[in-house]
Write a protein that binds this ligand. Structure first.
Ligand SMILES: *Cc1c(COP(=O)(O)O)cnc(C)c1O
Ligand SMILES: [Zn+2]
Length: 416
């Protein structure tokens, strides 16, 4: 907290002291999302790229001066962040580029980028003196909160919609969360979590209103910048559900510029599922958000009533960015393509960014020789049903070489 100046309302500008359980502006209500403000002058004086390079900490806590936590608070014993970055020419070519950079955030402890936010939430819960922390989630925020709570000795209470993939729910149970499967939509799960949190005064990890979570999510881009030796590509691509992740990316770029760590400013490409794209619509039409149905197998980004849409659109506008939508067939195709060209297994919302890149290249938004980095936001093992849809089923054979002959010739595999 040494560098946090305060929280400011994104609607009216009013400032608040950074209490761990201060969520919204008291004047603006639901519209008054807060944002963490840092004293960049002070950070510049005490911290820099050289100091960072000398820090052996492998996790996202290496960016502590840019995170709104008290350095003394106990942090979960999990390695969040430090995920690998790969340069891939073959996959780049498939998307119409010369190369593409892939950051595999599915390798976070519970398998998604959400760990970056949940690790902050459990630290803030401790700072707020709470032992119970709750959220609603389409799946990944939940499993990451459950895992990080377990690693920090807290109890998690999780509200998931009925459609949450079983892999994610299994994670919750293993991490010892109290799990409520709300027989309704994500919005309904959200509402029940909000009223329960209020009723029992639990710590609130809903990214919808908790201003600290976006700060955790931004570390994906801080890390990307450091991995690329502070030369960011022309585009950074992320999928968009609630909007908090891409807003975090925008915040990271602001931080990096304020501190003079980067010179160029990448553009953000946000990708939504065509069956649930309310933020793209609001951005395209310059209109307030209209709540929509949630019709996509990319469950982690199928958010019909996103609460961070204004922050997301701000990040797009600030970076001269773009939002595009992609249909489910293309998302499934990208699950296969990514797996086959890189050995990375992403969940639908994790790979949809690749489909967005291909569209943006085809539409001339991204130039063929531009540099593009995409963050794979979630691991494919979480959602096996979608993986099966994408990749099909294996041959089922008796233990019989003659039958194997048929398969090998059908597949055109050669003798070596
Ligand atoms: C949550 C999530 C996103 C989108 O993040 P938002 O903050 O909801 O926009 C993308 N991919 C995966 C795998 C996620 O879990
Ligand atoms: Zn306000």
């Amino acid at each position: 907290m040494q560098y946090v100046q305060g929280l400011s309302c994104t609607n009216c500008g009013k400032s608040y002291s950074p209490e761990p359980d201060r969520y919204l502006c008291s004047e603006c209500g639901d519209r008054g999302l807060l944002e963490v403000e840092y004293n960049y002058d002070l950070i510049r004086r005490n911290w820099g790229r050289k100091k960072l390079a000398d820090n052996p900490e492998p996790s996202h806590w290496r960016y502590l001066p840019l995170l709104p936590v008290n350095p003394e608070t106990i942090r979960p014993l999990l390695r969040v962040g430090g995920t690998p970055l790969y340069q891939n020419r073959v996959l780049g070519t498939e998307l119409g580029l010369t190369e593409v950079w892939i950051k595999d955030d599915g390798l976070n402890p519970t398998g998604s980028l959400k760990d970056r936010a949940s690790s902050l939430a459990v630290v803030k819960a401790r700072e707020a003196g709470r032992e119970i922390v709750a959220c609603s989630s389409t799946g990944n925020a939940a499993s990451s909160l459950a895992g990080n709570a377990a690693a920090n000795g807290l109890q998690a209470v999780i509200f998931v919609p009925k459609r949450a993939p079983s892999g994610k729910v299994a994670q919750l149970m293993i991490f010892g969360a109290l799990v409520i499967s709300v027989q309704g939509s994500y919005s309904e799960a959200y509402d029940l979590s909000a009223s329960s949190i209020k009723r029992w005064n639990w710590y609130n990890r809903n990214a919808a209103i908790n201003p600290y979570l976006m700060e955790g999510k931004k570390t994906a881009v801080l890390e990307l910048a450091e991995q690329l030796d502070w030369k960011l590509p022309d585009w950074i691509v992320l999928t968009v559900g609630d909007g908090c992740t891409i807003a975090g990316a925008g915040k990271a770029l602001r931080d990096l510029q304020e501190l003079g760590f980067i010179e160029n400013k990448p553009r953000l490409l946000g990708v939504q599922a065509a069956g649930c794209a309310p933020i793209t619509r609001a951005w395209e039409q310059s209109e307030p958000l209209q709540v929509c149905a949630e019709e996509s197998l990319a469950d982690s980004i199928a958010v019909g009533n996103p609460r961070n849409w204004r922050k997301a659109i701000r990040a797009i506008k600030e970076t001269d960015g773009v939002l595009v939508n992609v249909p489910d067939e293309e998302i499934l195709e990208m699950m296969r393509l990514l797996g086959r060209k890189s050995g990375i297994f992403g969940e639908p919302a994790g790979v949809a960014g690749l489909a967005g890149i291909r569209r943006a290249v085809r539409e001339g938004l991204i130039g063929k020789s531009q540099k593009v980095a995409v963050i794979i936001t979630g691991n494919g093992l979480k959602d096996i049903d979608s993986a099966r849809k994408a990749a099909g089923e294996p041959y089922k054979l008796p233990p019989d070489l003659a039958r194997m002959e048929e398969v090998v010739s059908k597949e055109g595999l050669k003798e070596q």
